[in-house]
Design a protein. Structure first.
Length: 194
């Protein structure tokens, strides 16, 4: 994908991800979830940020269930309908707290969930269409996670991108507002960003 711009890379990676079979998504997602659960950072985390997967994204719903069972506080994003690019984060205590929201993604119900003004989870699981080895990501292009990652995080918190191994590139042309994650977990390995 050398020489391609972000939009072309995004299109190529989304097309490739879209062609994955249900069995491939399940198997590769299972490998990612397994790796995350084995990390000391996940085990000791008291507060975590997760997302609900769409369009063959890594299925992190087992992490959602694991977090709830182990007593972690779980935050999930909720897009503002009238404020593009901005997400609020609700505390989710059960799958029943989620409703079909923006872009067909399950998100915390504003009537059922608490929405703190500021959150700083110990582990943040960040989806992406692609990542590079420096931790920079390509999302769907709305800048939602870049805005969130630009907020100060507490010392020791871990922003971890999750994707399939084919979605990791050597380098993405980063813009000044792009904020890298500190590690990337794929179905093949965990990459720690220097």
């Amino acid at each position: 994908m050398i020489g391609l711009n972000k939009n072309e890379i995004r299109s190529n990676l989304l097309a490739r991800r879209g062609q994955l079979s249900k069995a491939e998504v399940e198997s590769m997602s299972c490998a990612v979830v397994s790796s995350v659960k084995s990390l000391a950072e996940w085990k000791k985390a008291e507060e975590v940020l997760l997302y609900w997967p769409i369009k063959n994204e890594v299925d992190v719903t087992p992490l959602f269930r694991d977090a709830l069972e182990s007593g972690k506080k779980v935050f999930m994003p909720c897009c503002r309908r009238d404020d593009p690019g901005i997400m609020d984060f609700g505390v989710v205590r059960a799958e029943g707290d989620l409703l079909q929201g923006s872009f067909g993604i399950k998100e915390p119900c504003r009537d059922k969930c608490e929405f703190p003004d500021v959150i700083s989870p110990d582990v943040m699981i960040i989806p992406g269409v692609g990542f590079d080895r420096k931790g920079y990501r390509i999302g769907f292009g709305g800048g939602y996670y870049d805005r969130f990652l630009a907020h100060p995080q507490k010392v020791g918190s871990l922003a971890m991108g999750v994707c399939y191994a084919f979605q990791v590139m050597d380098e993405i042309a980063a813009e000044e507002w792009d904020k890298p994650v500190q590690s990337i977990c794929t179905d093949k390995d965990v990459i720690w960003v220097k």
